[in-house]
Ligand binder design. Structure first.
Ligand code: ADP
Ligand code: ADP
Ligand code: ZN
Length: 214
């Protein structure tokens, strides 16, 4: 099962993608996590990506497309995967489709997690992220058992640099301009499904499982 998560920054894509990956036993591929891991390791890719991420801008397509195309060709992706944060532009989607076409494969579901802009700033300011395993929490809505410590792996949680309110506004603008057109793109391919992301985490997941099938 090949799944794409669509939605604004902070809509809950990563949260749901992790739950999907666990339930269906497929890899969760988050381009944001890949970039953050590269920044942490100080790689050349990480240094390049950081300058864009800190400004709330998208990393250029050429820095992200090959990376994802390579990743989905790996053996652990044979039974499917959940892509989170990719594609984010029409050219990225077209490149992915071209690569999948060559393999005789296609995306099965593009899940659009809908949350109005008004709710997004609240979600992002309360977001805490684990840089070790990629898990995300919310100080009010999805708290950890021990404050500041990841439930999954015990590492320390951080407030992401790009989750500051000014940067969040910028990212929302970029989303509407560059990423939202993907909704129509996947609608035309008849794989788009809308998900109400304003519900509680578990209820959103139940809706998703009803779509994907048990
Ligand atoms: P969020 O989960 O809040 O939407 P991500 O972790 O997916 O954020 O991405 C963080 C940042 O990484 C983005 O703002 C962008 O700068 C960069 N990024 C991640 N994925 C992509 C992509 N597919 N194309 C371009 N930039 C990306
Ligand atoms: P995205 O990957 O789309 O940027 P995240 O999954 O990181 O979004 O979620 C953004 C923030 O909102 C996090 O703090 C997360 O814990 C919280 N969150 C996720 N889903 C819900 C939900 N259904 N209700 C309330 N808060 C949520
Ligand atoms: Zn962790």
């Amino acid at each position: 099962m090949k799944i794409i998560m669509l939605g604004a920054p902070g809509a809950g894509k990563g949260t749901q993608a992790k739950m999907i990956a666990d339930k269906y036993g497929i890899p969760h591929i988050s381009t944001g996590d890949i970039f953050r891991a590269n920044i942490k390791e100080g790689t050349e890719l990480g240094q390049k990506a950081k300058t864009y991420m800190d400004q709330g801008l998208l990393v250029p397509d050429e820095l992200v497309v090959d990376l994802v195309v390579d990743r989905v060709g790996k053996e652990d992706c044979a039974n499917g995967y959940v892509l989170d944060g990719f594609p984010r532009t029409i050219p990225q989607a077209e490149s992915l489709d071209a690569a999948l076409d060559k393999l005789g494969e296609k995306i099965d579901f593009a899940l659009n997690v809908e949350v109005p802009d008004e709710n997004i700033v609240n979600r992002m300011s309360g977001r805490r992220a684990c840089v070790s395993c990629g898990a995300t929490y919310h100080i009010v809505h999805i708290p950890t058992k021990v404050e500041g410590i990841c439930d999954r792996c015990g590492s320390e949680l951080i407030l992401r640099d790009d989750d500051k309110p000014e940067t969040v506004q910028k990212r929302l603008g970029v989303y509407h301009e560059q990423t939202q057109p993907l909704i129509d793109y996947y609608k035309a391919k008849e794989v788009l499904v809308e998900v109400d992301g304003t519900k509680d985490m578990q209820d959103v997941f139940t809706d998703i499982v009803n779509i994907l099938g048990a």
